[in-house]
Design a protein around this ligand. Structure first.
Ligand code: GLN
Length: 289
């Protein structure tokens, strides 16, 4: 007779649970071992050192069940960041949920470029479509002298960003509305955004973990450029003279984004490659008046 999984878990040791988790996660994630360990830590409250030192220790039945339930959800492609409730982004640990895009490592480059290209003092910065607040909070953390504003059309996303700002003790001006709409008439020295840029028909939207993330944070019209077009068209009027615009985009959208930046009258247009060597962030400057 088959032993139901949850009754077996009642006597499971850490090492047995980790290897079951690893097996169940094969094919879901490139790193099943690491994710199984993260979920076991989350379910048991134990640290990595304890997990490594006492593989024969038994978890309580409740802990083991909680862990296996999360592993099964992960095996159905719920993002690990949603199950854990947080994601590391650059120097910060951020709360995330299903209302926000999960911050990606390639977006850290956008923060690095902003820090490199802008002066350390007195910059007025705006992050469009801030989601969990990842980019804006990194800037506020690294540059206390800047004033950082962040907009999002989703009230639910803004409440995650607000929560992150409070927990980290960082000051953000959070604004609800579509792209530039809540800052009409204002000007910024730096405008950054990681907008949605995946074409609506791209099969990736239905694959892997992506169906669990907000579609409005991922997909942008037939060619994926709907939001980038709008941001780039409206940016010059919202930039101070010499102000900079920095945008994330798809790895194959570099030529189109550079053409849009040029058509908007912006100068010093450059595209930067991510860690995978793909074109990912384009930057431009408004001329001086
Ligand atoms: N880089 C993300 C992905 O391909 C998309 C994020 C976005 O559209 N801004 O999964």
């Amino acid at each position: 007779r088959e032993i139901p999984p949850d009754s077996r878990s009642q006597t499971a040791t850490i090492s047995e649970l980790l290897s079951r988790g690893e097996t169940l996660l094969q094919g879901t994630t490139p790193d099943p071992r690491r994710e199984a360990r993260l979920l076991l830590r989350h379910a048991s409250g134990l640290g990595d050192a304890q997990i490594m030192a006492f593989p024969e220790r038994q978890l309580t039945a409740a802990e083991a069940e909680r862990y296996l339930a999360w592993v099964r959800r992960r095996a159905r492609h719920e993002p690990i960041a949603h199950l854990l409730g947080w994601r590391d982004f650059r120097q910060l640990s951020l709360r995330v949920d299903a209302n926000t895009l999960i911050p990606r490592p390639e977006t850290e480059l956008l923060v690095d470029l902003a820090l490199d290209l802008m002066p350390a003092g007195g910059v007025r910065a705006l992050d469009l479509g801030t989601g969990s607040g990842a980019i804006a909070l990194c800037l506020a953390d690294e540059r206390p002298a800047w004033s950082v504003s962040a907009s999002d059309e989703s009230a639910a996303a803004l409440s995650v960003a607000r929560d992150n700002a409070q927990r980290l003790g960082l000051k953000l001006r959070l604004l609800e509305g579509d792209w530039f709409e809540p800052v009409t008439g204002e000007r910024f020295d730096l405008i950054v955004s990681n907008p949605p840029y995946i074409p609506e028909q791209d099969p990736h939207l239905a694959q892997g973990d992506l169906p669990h993330e907000p579609r409005t944070a991922l997909a942008a019209g037939d060619d994926g450029l709907d939001d980038l077009r709008r941001i780039i068209r409206e940016a010059p009027a919202q930039l101070t003279p010499n102000g900079r615009l920095m945008l994330e985009h798809g790895h194959d959208q570099g030529p189109a984004v550079r053409a849009l930046l040029d058509a908007a009258g912006l100068i010093e247009i450059a595209t930067h490659r991510d860690l995978a060597g793909r074109e990912r962030i384009s930057t431009a400057r408004r001329g001086g008046d």
